[in-house]
Write a protein that binds this ligand. Structure first.
Ligand code: GDP
Ligand code: CA
Length: 416
């Protein structure tokens, strides 16, 4: 197998359904925002970002985070403020069990990125990874009657999953393990899973649609070269489908997030997304405090539905964030109608949201008084402000650490 891609062919070893799997919450479209529209704003920091640096134990910034988009934003914030000033509340709806190992993709992406050891080319995993275990595991495909390697886990990355799984089996919480892993990687930011309780993002595939190809949602404007991530393309995400996926059109099937994202290369239309177990989930220790005590909240440029949606869906979190609306800044992951990576653009459209920065602003209007959108979307600023959301226009493609830090300065500079 190639050493740089998830590859394909079998169903992941899904965790046993939680005892009371029934409770699910679908992401509901946001209502309209309160307040009137202030004049459009172009980035002009109101005060030095450094003044936000936290003096005490409260974080200067608490960020609601998914994976890659969030990790870059956090790295930018960390470059400006220092890691100890930052807390992140991270999505765990993507967590999955593979080969009996508990994998927390978004937590790991944030951890590895803040540690400076992420694999920027692949967009996931560790730099300098080797694949000996996956190659050996592939030799079991024949006796297993299915591919065991549709979801690649690198050798070094596996150590993280082994550690996490072992500790969880001993009775540690995901919060404790996440803090341990952060410590081992020298991450100074406070990394909090959204919940220690199991929440499982599930995707219902749309009826009557064949899987579509790359072209339908090509990313010309922000193509691979511009972003510098070849492996972000759909082909790179998969070499086959989990075996339990029906051949051909899987319309109507309910699949786990990873089956959709990796197994199907997120190239099939979505009818619904729900978060199994979320109604019974409790915010992890420190989550509400981090939201309540930070000087500034940031909603990272992550997939609004499947990355930020679960975080806000944990009972109590949305309410706590709403109370902080005036000091919450969202950053749009949609630029010129496109996601830089992943399915956010077409997923928004499929679920009835407008797949633009204005659509994102509408979703976050109840939670964030300010949104940062890309220069490419400057024309949407007036419309966004009619939603009662202050709109800041700034370069928002974090193609490298310098660009990420610059965006972080824009985010920090607009703090009221
Ligand atoms: P995942 O969990 O790894 O898929 O990552 P996230 O949900 O955190 O992030 C995916 C989203 O991040 C996509 O919608 C991208 O458009 C967005 N994203 C990635 N990099 C950037 C960036 O540099 N700037 C902005 N504005 N959005 C980004
Ligand atoms: Ca994710």
């Amino acid at each position: 197998m190639s050493t740089d891609t998830p590859s394909g062919g079998e169903a992941p070893a899904r965790p046993a359904a939680s005892p009371a799997l029934a409770p699910t919450t679908s992401l509901a479209p946001a209502g309209s925002a309160p307040g009137s529209a202030p004049a459009p704003t172009v980035v002009s920091p109101a005060r030095p970002a450094a003044s936000l640096a936290s003096a005490g134990s409260a974080p200067a910034v608490t960020a609601l985070a998914g994976g890659v988009g969030a990790a870059r934003m956090l790295a930018g914030l960390a470059a400006v403020l220092g890691q100890p000033s930052i807390a992140a509340v991270i999505n765990t709806g993507d967590d999955t069990v593979l080969h009996g190992l508990h994998v927390s993709p978004d937590i790991d992406t944030v951890t590895y990125t803040l540690a400076g050891v992420s694999n920027r080319e692949m967009g996931w995993g560790l730099a300098g990874e080797t694949w000996t275990v996956m190659e050996a595991l592939g030799s079991f495909d024949g006796v297993a009657g299915r591919s065991l390697t549709w979801f690649s886990l690198g050798d070094k990355d596996l150590a993280t999953h082994l550690y996490r799984t072992g500790r969880l089996a001993e009775g540690a919480t995901l919060s404790q393990v996440t803090a341990d892993v952060a410590q081992r990687f020298g991450v100074g930011a406070q990394l909090l899973p959204m919940s220690d309780d199991r929440v499982e993002t599930r995707v219902t595939l749309r009826d009557g649609h064949e899987a579509y190809g790359h072209e339908a949602y090509g990313h010309e404007a922000y193509g691979h070269e511009a972003y510098g991530h070849e492996a972000y393309g759909h082909e790179a995400q998969t070499k086959g489908q989990p075996a339990r996926m029906p051949a051909g059109s899987p319309a109507g099937a309910v699949v786990s997030f990873q089956e959709y994202f990796v197994g199907l290369a997120h190239a099939v239309p979505v009818a619904a997304v729900d978060f199994a177990g979320i109604e019974a989930a409790r915010p992890a220790p420190g989550v509400i405090e981090a939201v309540e005590t930070a000087d500034l909240l940031v909603i990272c440029p992550s997939n609004p539905v499947v990355s930020i949606g679960p975080v806000l869906g944990v009972p109590g979190v949305a309410q706590a964030v709403t109370r902080r609306r005036e000091t919450t800044v969202a950053v749009s992951p949609i630029i010129a109608g496109r996601a830089l990576k992943g399915p956010a653009d077409h997923m928004l459209a499929e679920l009835g949201y407008e797949p633009t920065a204005a659509g994102v602003a509408e979703m976050w209007a109840p939670y964030a008084a300010t949104i940062v959108i890309d220069n490419a979307d400057a024309a949407l600023a007036g419309r966004i402000e009619t939603l009662g959301v202050r709109c800041v226009v700034a370069p928002s493609v974090m193609s490298g650490p310098a660009e990420a830090a610059k965006l972080a300065e824009a985010v920090l500079g607009v703090a009221p």
